[in-house]
Design a protein around this ligand. Structure first.
Ligand code: PLP
Length: 386
């Protein structure tokens, strides 16, 4: 047998693949599974975006290798969207880089700045590629606990001097997966000060910025003073426009950081299929009313789920953003055994919090990506086993 590289051996198993295996096995046994596990929107991509793809796919010019830096028309649409949404001006030539989904950009970014022994400051729990990308780049993740007692924000003051000195990158993701927490302006201000003082790049992941409820509006870190020197921000069309399978997102911010990521990527991939880039333009420039209805749909589901769970005595909290509900099961309960119990006894898939890091132990994550009717059915099943 061939021996895996040390870096690949050091990677944790990818959580969702394991869950998917268990789910597929249960389905193959003919069981009616309600999947509240992976965060993949159940609603279709809007028709006008599909039309734009279909039209662009017929053009022979779009069948060739795409430009590595993304089509100028897409970069301009991203720049205009940013200005409209956050009142932030970006240089479309140097400060925006389209990505084949934000995941690849987040995972590739550490390659541009980490040397062996360097650290990334990674929230625990968090989206797995922050840690995986750091390990693949030869760096070491330094885990920052996200605790309920600190509103699921990392306590920057607790990061020791030794870690600050070796850290090159800090990953931040608000609205947050998996906790659904949102960042305060004070936290962002403190974060920029911390990063500037310690010469650490802030990687801000805004994948869920548009899925917000009850009047809450997520902010971009690039709106804050001092951010333009230290921030690269990652966005995705996946959750905003129900386009997870299409693979399109972008990075933006400080030109040096964007150029470094572009250099890494130019050695790895050859850009996004141009027809998908043009569909992305349609999404960003087209009518945004269905985003409102998407948020309203998740809000309704959130209320059905959280109110229903609380009636069962679960103490769930309504998130004001993302489509996740993060629930404490029991201080000592093992999240993996609890998730296995829900799958075997109620045919419900949830994600054990510990899969996002050890501080996720004692929590499970439920995704609002099934219909209200199925959520009611899940609540009925939970009632039976409680
Ligand atoms: N960031 C976070 C926090 C996520 O949860 C996800 C997907 O689940 C992504 C980024 C990746 O999104 P995509 O690669 O589809 O753009």
């Amino acid at each position: 047998m061939f021996k895996l590289s040390k870096k690949v051996q050091a990677l944790p198993p990818y959580l969702f693949l394991e869950i998917d295996k268990a789910k597929r096995k249960a389905r193959a046994e003919g069981r009616d599974i309600i999947d509240l596990g992976i965060g993949d929107p159940d609603q279709p991509t809007c028709g006008f975006i599909i039309d734009a793809l279909s039209q662009a796919a017929r053009e022979a010019a779009n069948h060739r290798y795409a430009l590595d830096q993304g089509l100028p028309v897409l970069r301009k649409a991203i720049g205009d969207w940013y200005k409209r949404r956050f009142k932030v001006n970006l240089n479309c030539e140097t400060e925006i880089l389209p990505l084949i989904g934000s995941k690849e950009g987040l995972a590739h970014f550490p390659l541009a700045f980490l040397n062996p022994g360097d650290l990334s400051l990674v929230p625990d729990p968090s989206y797995p590629p922050y840690k995986g990308g750091t390990i693949l780049a030869g760096g070491k993740p330094y885990m920052m606990p996200l605790l309920a007692s600190n509103s699921f924000l990392p306590d920057l003051r607790k990061i020791p001097l030794s870690a600050r000195k070796k850290a090159k990158i800090i990953f931040i993701n608000y609205p947050n997966n998996p906790t659904s927490a949102c960042a305060s302006d004070d936290f962002y201000t403190e974060l920029i000060e911390f990063a500037t003082k310690n010469k650490i790049i802030i990687v801000s992941d805004l994948a869920y910025s548009e899925l917000t409820y009850d009047g809450y509006k997520a902010r971009s870190l690039l709106e804050f003073p001092g951010s333009r020197e230290v921030v690269i921000e990652f966005h995705s069309l996946s959750k905003t426009y129900n386009m997870t399978g299409w693979r399109i997102g972008w990075a933006c911010g400080k030109a040096q950081l964007v150029a470094a990521l572009a250099k890494v990527k130019s050695n790895i991939d050859s850009g996004i299929f141009s027809a998908i880039q043009l569909a992305g333009v349609a999404a960003l420039r087209g009518r945004q009313d269905y985003l409102k209805s998407t948020c309203e749909l998740y809000r309704q589901r959130r209320d059905i789920l959280v109110d229903g769970l609380n009636r069962l005595g679960w103490r769930a909290i309504k998130p004001k953003a993302t489509f996740y509900v993060w629930i404490k099961i029991h201080p000592k309960a093992d999240a993996i055994s609890f998730a296995a119990h829900l799958l075997s006894d109620a045919n419900i898939v949830v994600t054990p919090g510990v899969g996002f890091g050890q501080h996720g132990q004692g929590y499970i994550r439920l995704a609002l990506t099934v219909s209200g009717e199925r959520i009611k059915e899940a609540l009925g099943r939970l009632k039976k086993i409680s």
